[in-house]
Design a protein around this ligand. Sequence first.
Ligand SMILES: O=P(O)(O)OC[C@H]1O[C@H](OP(=O)(O)OP(=O)(O)O)[C@H](O)[C@@H]1O
Ligand SMILES: O=C(O)c1cc(=O)[nH]c(=O)[nH]1
Length: 178
Amino acid sequence: MTHDQLIERIRDTALLHGDFTLRSGRKSKYYLDKYLFETQPDILAALGEKFAEVIKADDKGIDRLAGPELGGIPLVTAAAMATGLPMVLIRNAKKDYGTAKQFEGKLNEGDRVLITEDIATSGGQSIEAAKLLRDEMKVDVAKIVVVIDRQEGARENIEAEGFAFEALFTKSDLGIDE
Ligand SMILES: O=P(O)(O)OC[C@H]1O[C@H](OP(=O)(O)OP(=O)(O)O)[C@H](O)[C@@H]1O
Ligand SMILES: O=C(O)c1cc(=O)[nH]c(=O)[nH]1
C-alpha cells in the first residue's frame, strides 16, 4: 500500500463527524476511531511497516517496543512483527492479583524502548506510558511514535517532558480542516 493509499484507507475507515468528548476532556466535532482502522488487517500491516521504517532510522538502535492499552496493543504487535523486535504491553492500571504487574512482557533496565500509540491529542496518555517506563522501569524511552497527531499541542507537551515525538501522519495529512 502506498503512503497516499494508507492515508485514504485510514480516513475512509475511521473519520467520524459529530459531537465528541475526548480523553483530555476537550470537545471535538470530529473523531478518529482508532479501533475502526486498527481492526482492518491491511491497514494494520501497513502501519507495522511504517513503524518499522521509523525504528530502522533510529541511529542508536531500539531494543524493544512498548504499546499502551488498549489502542497501542495492536500497533505494537504489528510493529514487532514487522521488525522482529520484542515488545511489552502496558496496562492502564496494575493488576491487583496474580503477577500484579502494570506491564506484560520482559524489560531490562537500560533498554532503549520505542512507544507506539494511536492518536495524540494533548499527549497525556503517551506521557503517562513514557513516564512509567522511564521513572519506574528505568528504561531509556527513545521515542513516542503515534499514528496520528491531531496537532493540538501533543508534540509540545511530550517534548516539554523530555521525550522525543514523531507522528506517522498529522490531521493536516488526512485533509481534516475542522
Ligand atoms: O493525547 P491524549 O489527550 O492523551 O488523548 C489521546 C488518547 O486518548 C485515546 O485513548 P482512550 O482514552 O480512548 O483509551 P483506549 O486506548 O484505552 O481506548 C487515544 O487512544 C489516545 O491514546
Ligand atoms: O483525544 C482523544 O481521546 C481521541 C481523539 C480521536 O480523534 N480519536 C481517539 O480515539 N481519541
